[in-house]
Design a protein around this ligand. Structure first.
Ligand SMILES: *Cc1c(COP(=O)(O)O)cnc(C)c1O
Length: 400
């Protein structure tokens, strides 16, 4: 017998669940890419990309994943040998730094470990020590998907401004956009990157770079820029439609994106989307608190104010994390996220860690289902846990 048949649920932090509406919107024959409905529809996407980022700048669309957006952003503002300060508290901060290094940028890395947000005192010291203002940019990650930490991006801007440091502030919102509140202009972010397959509820394949005029002014000296990644032709109002993609536009994906932006901005509303993510995250945390009261289960981030609303990283003790993931997938049809880069000397493969995504097209019954599946797994595998977790989660949902 298996209890895993029926509709499966991929509860990993990207790719996230794609709504049937979005899949259906993409299910069409390739249209004319030079004029007609595709071109007219695509024009409506740009203002909505600004709305979802709370930006009045420009947005370039790339055919690529998040890693592509990293390189796109960096290559439009930096030259070979330019110096940047990269902030990391998880695998994705380290990856962003590595992407810069790979392009020939001189990277100073501030690593804040795996369990706490950026230490602003250390950030201030590093910027103060840069008397010649050699850092052209500070690379930050809003939500590190590996650790589940949410960093306070506005306060990074505060530190830069407090020191009159002219470095651009670059934010990776690949995990957080459409999940956690993000205000590009109000928070003083100059460049922001995101990708389609997380909060935007799309398949992987599109990524985005938003930038303001300050960032665009660095473009002239950015000798890393290449024609394909250049954001100017992609955002020039006089560019022909196909020039916005430097070749064939991703027609079906754009129709899908139109649908997902409609759902987020014009139906549910961005503020409501953020509130839904927060409540669902709190339901997950309340269950984890109860389980952890008697056993090895422990959230990676202690302070709820520092946790992402898109994903929660959980320590279960080696090898419980991997064992639980495998059991839950095989027996209940729910796929949990793997531990990523959390390994210690005792647990090099992060077998003690799993992640629960609550990102994008997710509602209360999905979250309650994941929590029920996890509890069944804890019981079946004999992993000790405290009781009352599902009741606690239900209480959060009931009280919302
Ligand atoms: C997913 C993710 C990435 C990488 O995106 P890919 O599409 O896998 O290349 C980068 N940064 C963050 C914060 C992410 O969540």
């Amino acid at each position: 017998m298996t209890l895993g048949n029926g509709r499966s649920y991929l509860a990993i932090p990207g790719p996230s669940v794609v709504p049937d509406r979005v899949l259906n919107a993409m299910h069409r024959a390739s249209p004319n890419i030079y004029e007609g409905p595709l071109v007219e529809m695509a024009e409506t996407i740009y203002p909505d990309l600004n709305a979802v980022a709370r930006s009045r700048g420009k947005a370039a669309i790339y055919i690529g994943n998040g890693h592509a957006a990293w390189e796109a952003a960096l290559s439009n503002i930096l030259g070979r040998g330019d110096r940047v300060l990269a902030l990391a508290n998880g695998n994705f901060g380290l990856g962003f730094a590595e992407a810069a290094r790979g392009l020939g940028v001189d990277v100073e890395l501030l690593d804040f470990g795996r369990r706490a947000p950026y230490d602003l005192g250390r950030l201030e010291q590093a910027l103060k020590a840069d008397r010649t203002h050699a850092f052209k940019a500070v690379l930050a990650v809003h939500v590190d998907t590996a650790t589940g930490i949410r960093n306070d991006i506005a306060s990074v801007r505060g530190v830069l401004d407090g020191l009159n440091h002219p470095a651009l502030l670059v934010a990776d919102c690949i995990a957080s956009l459409g999940c956690d509140r993000f205000e590009m202009d109000a928070w003083g972010v100059d460049v922001m990157v995101a990708a389609s397959q997380k909060g935007l509820m799309m398949p992987p394949g599109l990524s985005f770079v938003w930038f303001n005029e300050r960032a665009d002014a660095c473009h002239a000296s950015a000798d890393l820029s290449t024609p394909y990644w250049d954001w100017r032709s992609r955002t020039d109002p006089d560019s022909a439609f196909w020039q916005k993609f430097h070749g064939t536009p991703p027609a079906q994906q754009l129709f899908g994106l139109r649908e997902s932006l409609d759902m987020i901005l014009h139906e549910e509303g961005l503020e409501n989307v953020w509130a839904r993510h927060e409540t669902l995250a709190r339901a997950v945390w309340s269950a984890l608190d109860r389980w952890g009261a008697a056993g090895p289960i422990e959230m990676n981030v202690t302070d709820p104010a520092q946790r992402a609303h898109a994903v929660t990283t959980v320590h279960a003790g080696r090898p419980h994390g991997t064992a639980l993931r495998r059991w839950v997938e095989a027996r209940t049809g729910v796929t949990l996220g793997i531990g990523l880069g959390m390994g210690s000397v005792d647990d090099p493969d992060s077998d003690g860690v799993f992640r629960i995504a609550h990102m994008g097209h997710v509602n209360a019954h999905m979250v309650l289902g994941v929590l029920g599946a996890v509890e069944a797994g804890l019981k079946a595998l004999g992993i000790p846990y405290g009781d009352g977790a599902l009741a606690a989660a239900a209480e959060v949902i009931a009280g919302a």
